[in-house]
Design a binder for this molecule. Structure first.
Ligand code: GLV
Ligand code: MN
Ligand code: MN
Length: 422
């Protein structure tokens, strides 16, 4: 071999050209991207990604044009044994509705760039290197769908209540030639997964405020998503005396206000979000007969998540009783917190130090595909700063030099961890 690993660098211009081209798919007038999983824009991004993989001379290693049984799309650079386990570098190309250009896309394109750089440098890795785009990380239908299917964490029960309903989920899947029943077929034996690395924007203000260039992720938050359905009684909104109403809207709103108070008072290291409320029938002059409230809970430990869950369920029961309405609770998604591998973090730190980057070790308050891998293989994540901490919005922005630093660090870490001979 003619180079030592640390002497090779990603191709900045190619990386940027790819990033800009991808940003145009689903671009919004506000400067962001609208590319929810299984939407037309997601399909276009997938076709574009496949084309880039093939143009790079990498193997498009999927059973079908649209990916594996869960729609995950992979580029593979074979190791010196073609059937060696795969070391994965991944993230996602889908976005939240009216999201930003960097969340997920940066990690997938950096992974592609890393494989292309290693191939061009003439290295033959010991393991197979794989750059992967996971389906529906953001949860348009089911959060971390692709990575959970691949690692065996998704169950058929999970597939029974997707966020937009079964019909919309199945019609999205059919556009990819996939079926709900087939998704679990994306499972891979853990022995075939040598490791997992992900580059991502931080999506919060810590690095931007501290001035450090790199974040080495220590742990990823656990997320539980619930649907609370308050069921009251429709009545005339003018003639029914207020004390006689069984108003589902009242219960949903008092629950929300009191849940915020409880978190601010008793769960200061946790987060909640009421992301949506759907009122039925949802008009001025009818007392709400039912309200479905989408509630997300986040905590860094299993115990913290359980305690927060218990407190909020208790509160929802109290508010329902108070408003004399019924309550139904459906668990939509339950993703445990994850710790990044103790042997991977020091390697990421060594690579960051060797490259001269300032860094800090930090937890992630955002969910990531990496958490699907944390208990089955050496797993690590690299963060770069998000300007003003903005994310899940068109304002999401990271300086290009930080993106390049992150991709170069991903390259060095992949060379180090995937045991490429020099
Ligand atoms: C992923 O973006 C999340 O919801 O944390
Ligand atoms: Mn993401
Ligand atoms: Mn996101």
């Amino acid at each position: 071999m003619t180079h030592s690993p640390s002497s090779i660098r990603i191709n900045e211009q190619r990386f940027k050209t790819n990033f800009e081209a991808l940003s145009r798919i689903g671009a919004t007038a506000a400067g962001g991207v609208h590319r929810p999983a299984l939407s037309a824009a997601d399909l276009e991004a997938r076709a574009w990604f496949r084309e880039r993989i093939e143009a790079a001379g990498l193997e498009y290693a999927c059973q079908r044009p649209t990916g594996d049984a869960a729609g995950n799309q992979s580029a593979v650079l074979r190791g010196n044994r073609a059937d060696a386990p795969h070391f994965l570098l991944g993230s996602h190309l889908d976005t939240v509705p009216n999201g930003g250009r960097f969340d997920g896309a940066l990690g997938v394109l950096a992974a592609l760039e890393v494989l292309q750089t290693i191939k061009e440098a003439g290295y033959i890795p010991v393991v197979c290197l794989e750059a992967i785009n996971f389906t529906d990380e953001e949860g348009a239908h089911l959060g971390l769908l692709g990575s959970r299917a691949l690692t065996g964490k998704l169950t058929s029960a999970d597939l029974g209540h997707p966020n937009l309903g079964v019909e919309e989920f199945e019609s999205g899947l059919s556009r990819l030639g996939l079926t709900r029943d087939g998704i679990l077929g994306a499972y891979r034996e853990p022995g075939m997964i040598a490791g997992y690395l992900e580059l991502h924007i931080e999506q919060g203000p810590t690095l931007a405020e501290s001035g450090e260039e790199i974040g080495i992720v220590t742990a990823i938050v656990g997320i539980r998503r619930l649907r609370l359905r308050f069921i009251g009684r429709a009545d005339h909104a003018g003639t029914t005396p207020i004390p006689r109403r069984r108003d589902a809207g009242r219960a949903a709103c008092t629950f929300t206000a009191h849940a915020w108070e409880a978190v601010l008072r008793d769960f200061t290291d946790c987060a909640i979000n009421v992301g949506n409320m759907r009122f039925e029938p949802g008009i001025f002059n009818v007392v709400p007969a039912a309200v479905t409230l989408d509630l997300e809970l986040r905590a860094s430990s299993k115990q913290g998540l359980a305690a927060l869950y218990d407190a909020l369920v208790h509160l929802a029961q109290q508010e329902s009783k108070e408003a004399e309405v019924e309550l139904e609770i459906t668990l939509a998604e339950d993703i445990p917190p994850a710790t990044m591998h103790p042997t991977v973090q020091p390697v990421l730190i060594e690579c960051a130090v060797a490259a001269g980057y300032t860094y800090r070790s930090m937890p992630s308050g955002a969910g990531h595909d990496a958490q699907s891998f944390a208990d089955i293989c050496p797993t690590g994540m690299i963060f770069i700063p998000s300007v003003a901490g903005a994310s899940h919005s068109p304002k999401e922005f990271s300086h290009w030099q930080d993106c390049v630093n992150g991709a170069d660090l991903l390259l060095q870490a992949a060379l180090e961890l995937a045991h490429v001979p020099t």
